[in-house]
Structure formats: structure tokens, C-alpha cells
Write a protein that binds this ligand. Structure first.
Ligand code: TIU
Length: 223
């Protein structure tokens, strides 16, 4: 099928067909967005990220209404930490480390309260959840084979944080041949200048990593 939707995007128009497009919502977890979790333990002001939640929800709802494949990722480790490299566990000087107890259970451990998605972005029963040990969603996960089996060629991205897990995953996807668009107001960073730089570098050089556009451009995409 032809790419029958046209989105006004940077650096130029992004064409896609919902049938061959997935939305990938990156790591909209309490551990990054709410106080007392992993993001806060690294010294970040997590309040910045909350504003992106309703926008991310609108993106998901548009994609759901258009029958698209919906993928949610979560950065989370096994309880025994066997999938967490020591380099990641020991990095920096956080107040609490991955696996330690927090007000939302053990930090960044799959199944714990903090590792779960914020309420507004709870996956529907028919949607895909990818648990990933790294920043990129392709590393050590089934995402690549799943997208291949579903005949996906195009990806829309939202989630947190823009320059860490979102950018890493978008670069991984770009190298695998996917046409990628980042929804600018459905993503956020603890550092506003890093978000803007990431958007700038993705769409520089004729779209070296992909496209970016605000949610309004998706909602008003022309057929
Ligand atoms: N620290 C930071 O900005 N992000 C992460 O550690 N993970 C994600 O981006 N999900």
C-alpha cells in the first residue's frame, strides 16, 4: 500500500501508511516521571516531564483510532539484576541505585510499582510491551523481530527522555531501515537544551536520523 498520510514535518513532508506504521512510546514509567524514582535519584527535576503525558496520550489515541501497532517500552531489570551490567549499576553517585528500595518499590525493577507506566499511558490488552535493559529498545529485546513480522516500515516516537532512551532507540531504528518521526511535544527531557539539541540533530542534514513534527501536525495529517 502507498504511504497515504502526509505530515507537515521537518526537514520535509513525512509520508506514512498506518497499516505499516507503529507508534513506539518510550519509558513513560513512574520511575522517570514521578518523585522518588530512578530519574529523581540521579538528581533530576522530574516535574518537567509531567506535561508531556497528556500529549503522549493524544498521540496514542490517534494511533489507536487508526488501527496502528502500539508498542510501549519500559526500562527495567530482573529482580536478580542478572541483565544489568555492573557499568550501569555502579555509574555515578546516585542517592539510591537500581534494585534498591524506594517509595515506589525497588528502583527500575520489572514488576515493581515504580517501573510501571503512569496511569494515563497504561497499555491496552492488545498492545505490545517491550522490557529493555538498555537505553535503546532494540538491544537485547524482541522488538526487531516483532516489527519485521508485523511488516512495519515507519515508526512514530514519543516518550522520555528525549536525548537518552528516545534518541538511542531512534538511531537504532534508523540504522535498521525504519523511517522515523519524533513527535516533539510527546517527548521531554530533564534538560530543555538537550531536548532542543536532539530535535535539531535528528532532522539536520536532510533528516540524518529522521523527521520531527508536533502532535498537531499528526492530528491534521492529510490523506
Ligand atoms: N536519565 C535519563 O535521562 N534517562 C534514562 O536513564 N532512561 C530513559 O531515557 N528512559
Amino acid at each position: 500500500t502507498s504511504n497515504n498520510y502526509a505530515v507537515t514535518a521537518e526537514p520535509y513532508v513525512f509520508n506514512f501508511s498506518p497499516e505499516h506504521t507503529a507508534v513506539i512510546m518510550i519509558d513513560m514509567q513512574r520511575d522517570f516521571i514521578l518523585p522518588g524514582g530512578f530519574g529523581a535519584s540521579l538528581g533530576n527535576d522530574v516535574d518537567r516531564l509531567a506535561a508531556t503525558v497528556p500529549v503522549a496520550r493524544q498521540l496514542l489515541d490517534w494511533c489507536r483510532a487508526h488501527g496502528m501497532l502500539v508498542v510501549h517500552t519500559k526500562e527495567a531489570h530482573k529482580g536478580d539484576l542478572s541483565d544489568c551490567p555492573l557499568s550501569k549499576l555502579n555509574r555515578g553517585n546516585p542517592t539510591v541505585r537500581i534494585g534498591d528500595q524506594s517509595p515506589m518499590g525497588r528502583i527500575l525493577i520489572d514488576g515493581e510499582e515504580g517501573s510501571d507506566f503512569v496511569a494515563e499511558l497504561t497499555p491496552l490488552p492488545n498492545e505490545v510491551v517491550i522490557v529493555k535493559p538498555g537505553k535503546g529498545a532494540f538491544y537485547a529485546t524482541e522488538l526487531g523481530s516483532l516489527l519485521q513480522q508485523a511488516n512495519i516500515t515507519h515508526l512514530l516516537f514519543g516518550g522520555v527522555t528525549t536525548e537518552v532512551c528516545v534518541q538511542t532507540t531512534m538511531r537504532e531504528a534508523n540504522d535498521r531501515g525504519y523511517e522515523c518521526l519524533l513527535v516533539e511535544d510527546a517527548t521531554e527531557s530533564y534538560f530543555p537544551e538537550f531536548k532542543q539539541s536532539t530535535i535539531d540533530m535528528i532532522r539536520a542534514q536532510g533528516g540524518i536520523v529522521g523527521w520531527t513534527a508536533p502532535l498537531s501536525a499528526i492530528l491534521s495529517a492529510t490523506k
